[in-house]
Design a protein around this ligand. Structure first.
Ligand code: FES
Length: 105
């Protein structure tokens, strides 16, 4: 399955993703500019992404821990999510994300 990511410089990437992997792990392992400081524990918000509007409602809604962590970053939008909380599956094949400035290393 593919994960389509626009990085902080506006460059588009088509990343091969594996079922069950976190979107954060896919971007990190392909070498994109994502800090993901806490390694996926929902404790840092440095894996912040903006979800393409056509995909927002197709994701599992954020839990309160994720919402609370997103409240700590300045550049959030309505479509903000933590990419470590997005688990790739066939249903998310072609998911489009944009890396937030606050996710940069
Ligand atoms: S990697 Fe830390 S909250 Fe996602």
């Amino acid at each position: 399955m593919l994960l389509l990511v626009t990085d902080q410089k506006g460059v588009k990437h088509e990343l091969e993703a594996l079922d069950g992997w976190r979107a954060m792990e896919v971007m990190r392992d392909w070498g994109l500019n994502i800090k993901a400081e806490c390694g996926g524990a929902c404790a840092c918000a440095t894996c912040h992404v903006f979800v393409d509007p056509t995909w927002v409602d197709r994701l599992v809604p954020a839990l309160s821990e994720e919402e609370a962590m997103l409240d700590t970053v300045a550049d959030t939008q309505d479509n903000s999510r933590l990419s470590c909380q997005i688990i790739m599956s066939d249903a998310l094949d072609g998911l489009k994300l944009t890396l937030a400035p606050s996710a940069a290393k």
